[in-house]
Design a binder for this molecule. Sequence first.
Ligand SMILES: NC(=O)c1ccc[n+]([C@@H]2O[C@H](COP(=O)([O-])OP(=O)(O)OC[C@H]3O[C@@H](n4cnc5c(N)ncnc54)[C@H](OP(=O)(O)O)[C@@H]3O)[C@@H](O)[C@H]2O)c1
Length: 290
Amino acid sequence: MPIYAVTGASGQLGRLAVLELLSRGVPGSDVVAVVRTPGKAADLAGRGVQVREADYSRPSSLVVALADVDRLLLVSSSEPDRRVIHHTNVIEGARSTGTSRIVYTSMLNADATTNPLAEEHQDTERALRGAGIPFTLLRNGWYTENYTGQLDEYLRRGEILGAAGSGRISAATRRDYARAAVTALLQDEPGNRSYELGGPAFDLSELARVISEVTSTAVVYRDLSVGEYKSSLRQAGLDQGSAEFVAALDVSIAHGDLATDSQDLARLLGRPATPLAEVVRTATQRTTIH
Ligand SMILES: NC(=O)c1ccc[n+]([C@@H]2O[C@H](COP(=O)([O-])OP(=O)(O)OC[C@H]3O[C@@H](n4cnc5c(N)ncnc54)[C@H](OP(=O)(O)O)[C@@H]3O)[C@@H](O)[C@H]2O)c1
């Protein structure tokens, strides 16, 4: 049986991928959870998963953690501006230990996007092409939770603020991306593969409409100019750099960078992505406002 490893396994997506591997019948002893802080993965160890400590910034720790690993799910690092070196360290570690496939969580439409987060994913894809290890690119769209995580705020204000215009967003839940990632990890693929992954597209007006319907609370989308949106983010407490970054993400959405017609996600899931109304309904169970 191959040994499967998942990096970022103490994080939200990585943890879901480890649990998905177990639920597909892979024995815990064949699953390696690569984590920076083993204490955060004690529950996974309790389920028989091999928890190994490694830091993306410490190449020697990666070489030890990836020993005997056949297939690796490289969950992209959460440290902006450090991602390329982090990912390159993991790829080098995998090469030195003879890993046979790397499955990497990249960004939707990475070939042609204005998204400010894209460059680090493009550089990582380049590093994978140069490494000579067969790879699978999971070009993930936005997490729906990027929005439903703000549900309390939307309901309190009665509005969603943004500068995304009618830009469409093919978002999906972390759970769906994790399930798709595990399918890609488990299946035997010849050569390299690339998947464009996203759920059914919505724009922020549709998101507001679905939230209104599900919660019976009126929420509208207020589309602002980029300048107005930056000011509102500053008033909400963001520093100038963060406000510019968040506004740039909406500009990218307005360009259509986070939309896709690809059915790759549904194919990997073996079913349609979780509908937006269902994701919102689940999120309402965690909100403090009803
Ligand atoms: N598609 C989207 O909408 C979207 C949104 C946000 C992020 N992302 C990307 O998707 C990735 C996974 O998302 P997520 O929600 O699971 O993020 P997350 O919950 O923040 O998890 C990030 C994981 O990366 C680990 N990590 C960070 N720096 C590390 C280092 N130097 N060495 C080893 N591990 C390190 C963290 O370990 P610790 O637990 O020790 O901190 C954590 O396990 C993110 O890292 C980011 O690249 C995508």
